[in-house]
Design a protein around this ligand. Sequence first.
Ligand code: NCD
Length: 303
Amino acid sequence: MQHLIDIMDMTVEEVDQLILKAEDIIANPAAYAEKCRGKKLATLFFEPSTRTRLSFEAAMYELGGHVLGFADANSSSATKGETVADTIRVVGCYADIIAMRHPKEGAPLVATQVANVPIINAGDGGHNHPTQTLTDLLTIHREKGTYEGLTIGFCGDLKFGRTVHSLLQAMCRYPNTKFVLIAPDELKIPGYLRDKLDKLNIPYTETPDLESAMPELDVLYMTRVQQERFFNEADYVRLKDTYILTPEKLSKAKSDMIILHPLPRVNEIPRAIDDDPRACYFKQVLNGKYARMALIMKLLGIS
Ligand code: NCD
């Protein structure tokens, strides 16, 4: 049985095939309308979500399947002291596949140890978010036509931003990737990822300055400062407005750069940017549904 806890659980070939499958779903949606007939997806969200949970649910409906679950840990037996392991055993009696989000890093991995159905990590604390990465990869594939030779700027909260951690690792596997890591000192990428870049000899620079990094980027991946992961409010308040992508800063970018953001945004991308042809974050939302359709099929062994 295959789970998806970390994007590195999949080989690069598996990821590429999944993206091609998602492209085929986009081109021929009717061919997939019955693929999961009779199957049930459980979405267990112990942490808030709009896009991830609803895109999983929409994905399962579009495959002809059913959905059950909860969107709030307070309405689950977690409030009575039930462990994640027990919740997974119970839900495994009702569902064929489980997507779970949890504030604790590693909780979905624990789930796999007792699960009798595939588990999908829909975000674990400040750690990983592999299905957002599939979404991001599909968007890069559709917008840039390649994963090779791209200079990717990650901007904002690179310390707690789990989507950054997963996409960075996924992009390390494609030829000639370069990273520009744009963050204040307090929000730089975790040491284990810097070690990985060093070990793989991936070229990267770290800078606090978005404007000066802009001209070389093919992809700008903006993120919000992750308020819920800060230990003290004063640090959050000091850092929250560090990066705002103004039209003036964007004027320094390549004309075919793409702007991605996993959303939700707070103020780091003003509305004025939404009409710029480089703004791809709402297309990215739609792509998330197709990437998750392809993933659900893969983990259920449906071709
Ligand atoms: C992200 C997440 O939950 O990590 N959102 C999402 O799933 N699209 C990003 C965020 O919350 O900032």
